[in-house]
Design a protein around this ligand. Structure first.
Ligand code: GDG
Length: 490
C-alpha cells in the first residue's frame, strides 16, 4: 500500500500569477500560458502549494502582500524562489530558452551551448530544490513541471531529502540523434532518472527519451508495454509514461455558449461580411511556424485565385520573450510577410490577412475561436498545442474544421478527425485549406463531433488523474477539497 499523501505540491519556473507595475503600483493577475491554464483549476480549493519564481529580480513587501492576497483567493499556498537578474539571464533566458527550448524542438542550429548557462542552470535548480526541501514534507507529492527544473530530484537526493517526485515535460523530447548534440547530455539524462515518474506528452516522446537513455546509460532496461513503462537501472527503478495534457473542456464550451460571447463572435463575422474565417492563435515563437503559415496563405491565393475575397486569415500572435533578439527578429519577419501578402492581394473592401500582436481577454479569444470556420494550427514542432483542443471545445455548432500540423503532440490523439498537414509543405497546406473550405456541412460535422468527444473525454482532469494514478496510485478526488491554507511571508 502507498503511504498517505497529504498535499499536492506543484513546482514550476513561474508562479501562476503575473505581476506588473502600473503608475508606480504593483498589480497581480492569474498568469496566462499553457501550464497555468492546465493546473490552476486542479489546485483551486484543494489546499495544495505552488512553488516558483515570482518573475521579479527584487521582491518587495508590497509584492509579498499581493501574492498573499492572490494565494488566499486562489485557494492554495504560494511559495516564491527569489532569483537575481544574473540567475534569470543564465538559467532562464540562457540555458532554458537558448539551449533546451530549440534543441528539444529539433532546432539544434538555434542552440547556444554556453557552459556558463549550464552552470547557472545547475545553481538555480539547486536553489529551487532548497526551497522545495524546506517547504515540503515526506508526506507531500512533489510534481515538478517542465524543462527549466529537470535537476530537482537529483538535488533533493544529493541533499539527502526524501520526497515522492513526479516530473512532466511540456515540450517534446527530441530523437536520440538530436539529444546527443547536448554537451551535458549524460548529466541531464541521469538527473531525469532520479524522479520516481517522468511524464511526456506522447508515446513518441517517451520512446525518444528511452532511446537516448539506453544509448547513454546501457544499464537501463525498459520493462512493460502500454503508456507507462518501468525502467530498471540495476539498483533502482523509475517509471516513464505518456500523459497527453488537455484543457478544461466544459469551461471553454460554457464560455462559448454565453450570449455575450456568441454576440461577439457574430460581430466578428459581420465585420468580415460573413466571409470564411481561417484562424491562427499562438505565442509569437519560432516553433509555431507563423511565417510558414502566412506563406501557405500566399500560396493558397496564388494557386486558387477564385478564393480572392472569399476568406480572411486572422493571426493572433501573443507577445512572448520580447527581450530576446531572435523573437524581435521573428516579429519583424512576420510583420513584413503580412505586409507583403496584403500588398499583393488586397482590393477595395478586402484585406486577406488580419494580424493582431497582443494578448486577448479569454472571452474575446473564445469569440474568435467560435467565429472561425477553420483553425490553422501548424507548429513546426510542439509538445501538445492546447489551442487545437480549445478550438474544438469552443466549436458549439460543430460546423468547423481543424487543420493540424503532424508535428504537434495533439496530432497523436486528433489525427483521425483533424486534417493533418506538414507545416513545411506550403503547397500541401494550401491544398488542404482549399479542400476543407469546400467540405460540406455533413463532413465538417462528422469530424468536429468526434474531435469534441475526444477532447471532452480526455480533458485536463483526466490528464491529472492519469499522472497521479501512475505516480502515487491516487485520483484527484483523493486530495481533500475545500481546505485553504494561510500564507506565511518569508
Ligand atoms: C507549452 C508547450 C503545450 C494564446 N493566445 C491568447 C491566449 N493564449 C493561450 C491559449 C493556450 C495557451 O495560451 C497556449 O498554449 P499552447 O499549448 O498552444 O502553447 P505553449 O504556450 O507553447 O505551451 C505546448 C503546453 O505547454 C501545455 O503543456 O501544449 O506544446 O509548448 O491555452 O489559450 N490566452 C489569452 N489571450 C490570448 O490572446 N487569454
Amino acid at each position: 500500500m502507498e503511504p498517505a499523501v497529504r498535499r499536492l505540491v506543484v513546482v514550476s519556473n513561474r508562479l501562476p500569477a503575473a505581476l506588473r507595475q502600473e503608475g508606480g503600483e504593483w498589480r497581480i493577475k492569474a498568469g496566462g500560458g499553457g501550464l497555468v491554464t492546465a493546473l490552476a483549476p486542479v489546485l483551486r480549493n484543494r489546499g495544495g502549494m505552488w512553488i516558483g519564481w515570482a518573475g521579479l529580480s527584487d521582491q518587495t513587501a508590497e509584492v509579498d502582500d499581493l501574492l498573499a492576497k492572490f494565494s488566499a483567493e486562489a485557494g492554495y499556498e504560494l511559495s516564491t524562489v527569489p532569483l537575481t537578474q544574473d540567475e534569470v539571464d543564465g538559467y532562464y533566458f540562457g540555458f532554458s530558452n537558448e539551449v533546451i527550448w530549440p534543441l528539444f524542438h529539433d532546432l539544434q542550429t538555434r542552440c547556444r551551448f554556453d557552459a556558463r548557462y549550464w552552470r547557472m542552470y545547475l545553481d538555480v535548480n539547486f536553489k529551487f530544490a532548497e526551497v522545495v526541501a524546506r517547504q515540503t514534507t515526506q508526506d507531500d507529492y512533489v510534481w515538478i513541471q517542465d524543462y527549466h527544473l529537470m535537476h530537482q530530484a537529483f538535488f533533493l537526493k544529493s541533499m539527502g531529502v526524501k520526497r515522492k517526485t513526479g516530473f512532466f515535460l511540456h515540450i517534446p523530447f527530441p530523437p536520440p540523434d538530436i539529444f546527443m548534440k547536448l554537451p551535458w547530455r549524460w548529466k541531464l539524462i541521469q538527473a531525469l532518472t532520479e524522479f520516481d515518474l517522468v511524464g511526456f506528452q506522447t508515446i513518441q516522446d517517451r520512446r525518444n527519451f528511452t532511446g537516448s537513455l539506453q544509448r547513454l546509460m546501457p544499464e537501463a532496461k525498459v520493462r512493460g508495454r502500454g503508456s507507462v513503462v518501468t525502467v530498471d537501472m540495476g539498483n533502482r527503478t523509475f517509471r516513464v509514461g505518456a500523459f497527453p495534457i488537455s484543457i478544461d473542456y466544459n469551461q471553454f464550451a460554457q464560455i462559448a455558449e454565453r450570449p455575450e460571447v456568441a454576440r461577439e463572435a457574430f460581430n466578428i463575422k459581420e465585420a468580415l461580411r460573413h466571409r470564411k474565417i481561417i484562424l491562427g492563435v499562438d505565442r509569437l515563437d519560432y516553433t509555431k511556424g507563423i511565417p510558414e503559415r502566412i506563406r501557405s496563405i500566399q500560396t493558397l491565393l496564388r494557386r486558387y485565385p477564385d478564393l480572392m475575397g472569399r476568406f480572411n486569415f486572422i493571426q493572433i500572435a501573443v507577445p512572448s520573450r520580447e527581450e530576446v533578439d531572435e523573437y524581435k527578429d521573428l516579429r519583424v519577419e512576420i510583420e513584413q510577410l503580412v505586409g507583403r501578402v496584403n500588398g499583393e492581394f488586397s482590393f477595395p473592401g478586402w484585406v486577406p490577412v488580419h494580424y493582431h500582436y497582443r494578448n486577448f481577454p479569454p472571452d474575446q479569444l473564445v469569440a474568435y475561436y467560435s467565429a472561425a470556420d477553420t483553425a490553422l494550427v501548424t507548429p513546426l514542432r510542439d509538445g501538445m498545442n492546447l489551442v487545437a483542443k480549445e478550438y474544438c471545445a469552443c466549436n458549439v455548432t460543430e460546423d468547423e474544421v481543424l487543420v493540424l500540423s503532424e508535428f504537434a503532440g495533439a496530432a497523436a490523439q486528433l489525427q483521425r478527425d483533424a486534417y493533418l498537414v506538414n507545416p513545411y509543405d506550403m503547397e500541401g497546406v494550401a491544398k488542404a485549406l482549399h479542400r476543407v473550405l469546400h467540405w460540406d456541412k455533413e463532413e465538417r460535422r462528422r469530424h468536429m463531433t468526434r474531435l469534441r468527444d475526444q477532447v471532452r473525454k480526455n480533458n485536463i482532469y483526466w490528464w491529472v488523474d492519469s499522472f497521479l494514478q501512475a505516480g502515487i496510485s491516487k485520483r484527484l478526488d483523493d486530495f481533500p477539497a475545500g481546505e485553504t491554507m494561510t500564507y506565511e511571508r518569508g
